[in-house]
Design a protein around this ligand. Structure first.
Ligand code: NAD
Length: 493
């Protein structure tokens, strides 16, 4: 773990094994951090914020550290992508060609964006004085990340926080700590001052909980499950911490009658099975107009049959294992629930044990005739399971799409501009794509509505989440008694 600029073991000496979800082989061990360890990290971050150089550096100097870290990561991209693929189970082509390059671009973006921070221009609003508005860092930020995109989510959390001068304690998910430790190493090698970024491995219930409660932490930022978000809000309430939450999703993918069906099917395959479906924006609810549903499902199944399931380290694999046997079990339980509820299992729904006896696989799965109120249409499955639902009217499509607790992302598929824009406006989701599903850039704000959380990752809006606005007033009259004093005491001058 990285605490106060030193690489340390857990104070108890405890370790946690990290295991490959593909073949259960050992990938090594990491320290099993405790409350005591994370308290040391919080103290280091507090000291670095209150007295250290990082918050006091000019933006240019912080930017230089970011660019150096990005360059170091670029040099090690292949190695870290492989580590990510081995640890998480995602395919190497996704890790090496998408997640890692995008994360490095995020760092480069924030290296520049951090230099543009400004507040509104000051003015003489009272008549007697002038005002300066400043954006300042929040303080010590706890960043807690999930296991689905370990490296990328860590970058999305720490980059906007650090670049504006906060100091950070970063806690990766227990399953997937390896690439996050390398991120810490890159920042350390790039010259980030000691204590500005600390990385603590350990269980959420202990290390994460301490981060959410500790009075020396000013803000908690989580990407994770909605249930975890609730716990963090509760724990953080005692000290009224600022909270930023990127939580679960159940994305609608609405296919209108006039959509290009071939394009919609390609989109559904990619957006439904991305990262093995372990993606908060994954297109899990394919809501298809009644007139085109049969054609859509037929094409979809043809494409699903061609998905290559296997070793994530092979470039010709499209779908690797899920992150863990626990996640595999959870997904298969949803398959059983779907069948019990009366949805029609068209393909998949099994663990592929014959081909991959040790891997946490679930093969690509499609349910048809899914009703909007079924558990598989309401809850986040987080696996390679697609639901096909049907609608007749525009209003019904919108009602089904919005009829979940989540509001993270969704897409609409149509060739009619008016339908596209009307639907995009009606969907209560933070990201809405038209005739595509998934693309994000470093510049695009990403974050949920409703129980998908609040706050934004990416873009310059994220910088607002990690700063506080200060108003400084300067008297310009030089008078002992100002014109307004009589309203409190005495008579007008
Ligand atoms: P999770 O909520 O189980 O874990 C996330 C992190 O929280 C982990 O580091 C975990 O150790 C920690 N944690 C667990 N209990 C805690 C507690 N009581 N206090 C503090 N921290 C605690 O989520 P996961 O299973 O790792 O990831 C999957 C979830 O993440 C899904 O719900 C997915 O939709 C969501 N996600 C959301 C986004 C987004 O942008 N909105 C992106 C990726 C993932």
């Amino acid at each position: 773990m990285l605490i106060g600029g030193e690489w340390v073991e857990a104070s108890s000496g405890a370790i946690a094994a990290v295991t490959s979800p593909f073949d259960r082989s050992s990938l090594g061990t990491v320290p099993l951090g405790s409350r005591e360890d994370v308290r040391r990290a919080i103290d280091a971050a507090r000291e670095a914020f209150d007295k250290g150089p990082w918050p006091r550096l000019p933006p240019r100097a912080r930017s230089e550290v970011f660019l150096k870290a990005a360059a170091l990561l670029q040099q090690r991209l292949g190695e870290i992508a492989e580590l990510e693929s081995r640890n998480q189970g995602k395919t190497i082509k996704q890790a090496a060609d998408a997640d890692l390059p995008f994360s490095i671009d995020n760092l480069v973006f924030y290296a520049g964006a951090g230099r543009t921070m400004e507040a509104k221009s000051p003015g003489e609003f009272t008549g007697d004085g002038t005002t300066i508005f400043r954006r300042e860092p929040v303080g010590v930020v706890a960043s807690i990340t999930p296991w689905n995109y370990p490296f990328m989510m860590a970058v999305w959390k720490i980059a906007p926080a650090l670049i504006v001068g906060n100091t950070v304690v970063l806690k990766p998910a227990s399953y997937t700590p390896l690439s996050t430790l390398e991120l810490g190493r890159a920042f350390q090698d790039a010259g980030l001052p000691a204590g500005a970024l600390n990385v603590v491995t350990g269980p959420g219930g202990e290390v994460g909980d301490e981060l959410s409660r500790n009075p020396k932490v000013d803000m908690v930022s989580l990407t994770g499950d909605t249930a975890t978000g609730r716990k963090i809000m509760e724990a953080a309430s005692a000290t009224v911490k600022r909270v930023q939450l990127e939580l679960g999703g159940k994305a609608p993918f609405v296919v209108f009658q006039d959509a290009d069906i071939a394009a919609a099917v390609e989109g559904a395959i990619v957006a439904g099975f991305v990262n093995g479906g372990q993606d908060c924006t994954a297109a899990t609810r394919l809501i298809v107009h009644r007139d085109v549903r049969a054609k859509f499902v037929q094409h979809l199944l043809e494409r699903v049959r061609t998905i290559r399931v296997g070793d994530p380290l092979s470039r010709s694999t499209d779908l690797g294992p899920l992150v863990s046997p626990v996640q595999q079990k959870r997904v298969l339980e949803f398959v059983t629930k779907g069948k019990d509820e009366g949805a029609k299992l068209k393909i998949g729904g099994t663990d592929d044990k014959k081909k991959h006896p040790k891997g946490a696989f679930v093969v690509p799965t499609v349910f048809d005739s899914v009703a909007p109120d079924m558990a598989i249409a309401q809850q986040e499955i987080f696996g390679p399971v697609l639901d096909v639902l049907e609608f007749e009217s525009f209003d019904e499509a919108v009602e089904i799409a919005n009829g979940v607790a989540y509001g993270l992302a969704g897409s609409v598929w149509t060739q009619d501009l008016r339908t596209a824009i009307k639907a995009a406006h009606a969907l209560r989701f933070g990201d809405v794509w038209i005739n595509d599903h998934l693309p994000l850039g470093s510049e695009t704000p990403h974050g949920g509505f409703k129980q998908s959380g609040f706050g934004k990752d990416l873009g310059t809006d994220s910088l607002l989440d990690y700063t506080v606005l200060k108003n400084i007033y300067v008297d310009l009259t030089g008078q002992a008694r100002k014109s307004w004093h009589y309203t409190v005491y005495g008579d007008p001058a």
